[in-house]
Design a binder for this molecule. Structure first.
Ligand SMILES: *[C@@H]1O[C@H](CO)[C@@H](O)[C@H](O)[C@H]1NC(C)=O
Ligand SMILES: *[C@@H]1O[C@H](CO)[C@@H](O)[C@H](O)[C@H]1NC(C)=O
Ligand SMILES: *[C@@H]1O[C@H](CO)[C@@H](O)[C@H](O)[C@H]1NC(C)=O
Ligand SMILES: *[C@@H]1O[C@H](CO)[C@@H](O)[C@H](O)[C@H]1NC(C)=O
Ligand SMILES: [Cu+2]
Length: 536
């Protein structure tokens, strides 16, 4: 069993920790979701999470109460694979010596936690959004790498140069500009998401420093993360983890292509790329080869989301090198610096060893969940039902209740153990960003996606008409996925999973403000083989 350090909650009213994607096989009470699996940990209290490490790889633990992730309550977790577990490293190099060195690099993997940071607490940020009547969380102060960073302000010409072309006409039409902080004016989100302007807003309550002005800082405690590279080790491994609340990143390391060897803590057939897109909650395990001249190289993280131009850099410092070499694969807005730069493509990834969903083509249950806002641009929801964070006020956590008696008022999905389930995510309004959807306890297969409305009753029906939109042979296997952006047309995505672990689990968008806004639902897996209440 694994024991995490106790976390003491002094700053908060309450806090809770969970680990995204940890399957919690036979320990559903250790998942850490308020109201579902336990009550929130009170100030001065402690709670020790214990579960069996049935998986290997890159995870992170974080608060699951309100928006405490944005206050920094996160940490990396590495579960070392068994010594004899087959590794795909011979596909990177057929030199047995390399295989050994890569195994050592993996064993000493360096987590890189990417995050965004505001000069407001998460509660202050939420209150501001409610007062302004518009989603304001999309404008942050800095990007952090392993907790380090500072406010870097871009020059006006940089902001204008990198402003995304699709938004320029909208800015010009309204006589607006990207702010000095690199943010789209808050009114724009409103225009994009609330076409008929039915929702009341008070944009004037947003303080200047939250959106408009940029004041550089030096950061504290060393504002730049420095990773030391020892060239004699030949290989260096990173777990790139996004704990960001809202931003969606491009990631690259100057002059060092990356071999992606695992995604969300699971091996893949290694893929050589120059850059990654890293969305909220995702983890990428990569090797770089330390074959460049001894010098300092940039580790680049830039927002590629819709709402802000912002970036930061860490340093890869070769032992014995002092020169700075700046030769990036991605620019400060996360774009490619040349046509030779390739980004990792989730849809092309192949599990290692191969792992196919079975038994296609028929599943036991198909659920549809619609993605959209309900009444305000910051109130995100699944099926127009905002998740009720107050379920923690109920006397007994859901896991300890009889699932047959649990209400269907809130959005609740019930499944039976050892069945196969499809969930179809359907956007119902234009201009939605991609939503990084995550389910607790299971990895799932992203088996299909497309434009427009999913008008069929099942994947099987849809496959008769549009087989090319599906992949049932070797679909991506991970514990989250991003829905397709819906700009002018709706979009849909389908995930499939096998119910093997009875318990009360959450499914939610991993953008913190969307989760807090209500974009979450409850899945009661295996109601027919429900766990007995536990002392824990
Ligand atoms: C956790 O709380 C229990 C019960 O109050 C107490 O006995 C224990 O010492 C605490 N553990 C730590 C590490 O503070
Ligand atoms: C969500 O709403 C759609 C459309 O009304 C409906 O078909 C579907 O059953 C709902 N999903 C759930 C899980 O209730
Ligand atoms: C949306 O996509 C569907 C499916 O490709 C297509 O039939 C439809 O015409 C599209 N609608 C718009 C408004 O582009
Ligand atoms: C649920 O189903 C899985 C897969 O068949 C099985 O391994 C597991 O033991 C079942 N769990 C319970 C509690 O019956
Ligand atoms: Cu979302």
């Amino acid at each position: 069993m694994v024991r995490l350090p106790n976390i003491f909650c002094c700053l908060y009213d309450f806090c809770l920790l969970i680990t995204p994607g940890i399957e919690q096989l036979n320990t559903p009470w250790a998942d850490g979701v308020p109201g579902l699996t336990q009550h929130a940990i009170q100030p001065g209290d402690n709670y020790t999470y214990e579960w069996k490490a049935t998986q290997y790889g890159s995870y992170f633990y974080h608060a699951h109460s309100r928006d405490q992730v944005d206050d920094g309550l996160v940490g990396a977790m590495v579960i070392k694979p068994r010594h004899d577990l087959p590794r795909p490293f011979d596909k990177i190099s057929d030199d047995p010596n390399d295989f050994q060195l890569m195994k050592e690099a993996e064993n000493n993997v360096t987590p890189l936690i990417l995050a965004d940071w505001r000069h407001l607490t998460s509660d202050e940020s939420w209150d501001l959004q409610v007062k302004a009547g518009v989603e304001t969380s999309g404008c942050v102060d800095s990007i952090l790498i392993n907790g380090k960073g500072a406010v870097y302000c871009w020059d006006r010409y940089e902001i204008d140069y990198f402003t995304k072309s699709w938004i320029k006409p909208l800015l010009e039409e309204n006589n607006w500009a990207m702010t000095d902080k690199g943010c789209v004016p808050p009114d724009i989100l409103h225009i994009l998401l609330d076409k008929d302007s039915k929702m009341e807003t008070h944009i004037e309550v947003i303080p200047e420093e939250m959106y408009a002005t940029c004041e550089p800082t030096k950061g504290t405690g060393g504002s730049v993360e420095i990773i030391l590279a020892k060239p004699e080790k030949k290989w260096l491994a990173f777990d790139v983890i996004s704990a960001a609340g809202i931003e969606y990143f491009a990631f690259s390391i100057d002059q060092h292509p990356m071999w992606v060897y695992a995604v969300d803590g699971h091996y893949i057939e290694p893929m050589l790329v120059q850059a990654l897109e890293v969305s909220n909650g995702e983890r990428y395990s990569v090797f770089i080869k330390l074959d460049q001249p001894a010098a300092n190289y940039g580790i680049r993280v830039a927002s590629i989301g819709l709402t802000q131009l912002i970036d930061t850099t860490a340093i890869l410092a070769y032992e014995g090198g002092e020169e700075d070499i700046s030769n990036p694969y991605t620019d400060q807005a996360g774009g490619k610096t040349s046509d030779d730069v390739t980004f990792f493509d989730t849809k092309a990834m192949l599990s290692y060893p191969p792992q196919f969903p079975s038994p296609p083509p028929e599943v036991d249950q198909t659920f549809i969940l619609q993605l959209g806002i309900t009444g305000a641009t910051y109130l995100w929801a699944l099926n127009n039902t905002g998740f009720d964070a107050n379920i923690d006020r109920e006397s007994t956590p859901w896991l300890d209740q009889d699932p047959e008696h649990l209400s269907d008022d809130s959005l609740v999905i019930k499944t039976k153990n050892n069945t196969w389930v499809d969930i179809i995510f359907q956007t119902t309004s234009p201009n939605q960003p991609p939503h990084p959807i995550h389910k607790h306890a299971n990895k799932w297969f992203l088996i299909g996606e497309g434009e427009g409305d999913f008008t069929w009753n099942s994947v099987q029906e849809a496959m008769e008409e549009i087989p090319d939109k599906f992949n049932l042979d070797n679909p991506p296997y991970r514990d989250g996925f991003q829905t397709l952006t819906s700009s002018t047309n709706n979009t849909w995505s389908v995930v499939r999973y096998h119910v093997v672990n009875p318990g009360a689990w959450m499914i939610h968008c991993h953008i913190q403000s969307h989760l807090l806004g209500g974009m979450a639902a409850i899945i009661l897996d295996g109601v027919d083989t429900w766990p007995q209440p536990q002392e824990e």
